[in-house]
Design a protein around this ligand. Structure first.
Ligand SMILES: *Cc1c(COP(=O)(O)O)cnc(C)c1O
Length: 244
């Protein structure tokens, strides 16, 4: 292994580092909310534990964190059933693309699915609700920068899709989620997501990650999804670029 390879290996965060990072992020969330004249409890922190082991999640639980996010059903199935049985108040959000053949597993494990992004998935959730009697709270993911490689419903199609989900399909959609284009000033995208939520009367706005959560809070985020700033860097990996 070359020294460059060694350097790119992210260090495993110790439990202490996770607790310290969490304390710092909570403080920054409080300050950003105060600056925006929003109450202290207005912004929930979703700790994104993807690629990190159950030990890291345990360290966060020990530090009082109860809300977590994962982007892959299979990875979450390996970590969370055990954690949930030991911490019944743990809540888990799915923040990554959901294939229709994983809907059954996702509905059984997640409390909130933030990635409802197409009619086929909405219909699969309806079928699973009929079968199991269960449906998690849902957020509609909007492809806010209209990026071809990204999941999410296009902004121009969002209103009709949300209305169909809540009306005809009676799905429990409570808000919207987005990931703005990388390397661009995110505020116009956050503002656009807020505007769609406002005209649809949706209270939940999941927006803002490690690099931009303070901007998102200024623009109305009710949930920020933070991974790296809590658990440390993730090993690089190929992400599937589109949902099926
Ligand atoms: C990984 C991920 C996050 C967390 O990103 P960080 O930059 O590590 O904070 C948030 N949202 C989604 C959809 C993700 O996939």
């Amino acid at each position: 292994m070359s020294s460059a390879d060694t350097q790119s290996e992210p260090p495993l965060p110790s439990g202490v580092a996770v607790a310290q990072n969490l304390a710092l992020i909570r403080q920054r969330i409080l300050e950003a909310a105060a600056k925006a004249n929003r109450p202290a409890g207005a912004v929930a922190l979703v700790a994104v534990s993807k690629t990190h082991p159950a030990d890291a999640v345990e360290a966060a639980l020990l530090a009082g964190q109860r809300l977590f996010g994962e982007n892959r059903v299979q990875e979450a199935q390996g970590k969370y059933p055990d954690l949930k049985s030991r911490h019944p108040d743990l809540r888990l959000h799915l923040i990554g693309p959901l294939q229709t053949n994983k809907v059954k597993e996702a509905v059984a494990l997640f409390d909130v699915i933030e990635s409802l992004d197409r009619p086929k998935l909405a219909e699969a959730l309806v079928r699973e609700r009929e079968r199991s009697g269960r449906c998690p709270e849902l957020l509609v993911e909007v492809n806010i920068g209209e990026e071809p490689q990204k999941a999410g419903i296009l902004p121009a199609d969002a209103d009709a899709f949300i209305e169909d989900c809540r009306g005809r399909l009676a799905l429990p959609v409570t808000g919207l989620m987005c990931v703005p284009p990388a390397g661009e000033e995110p505020s116009p995208y956050f503002a656009l997501l807020r505007e769609i939520a406002r005209r649809q009367g949706l209270p939940i706005l999941s927006m803002g990650m490690s690099a931009d959560f303070e901007v998102a809070i200024r623009l109305g985020a009710t949930h920020v999804r933070i991974g790296t700033a809590i658990f440390g860097a993730r090993p690089p990996r190929q992400e599937p670029v589109t949902a099926l």
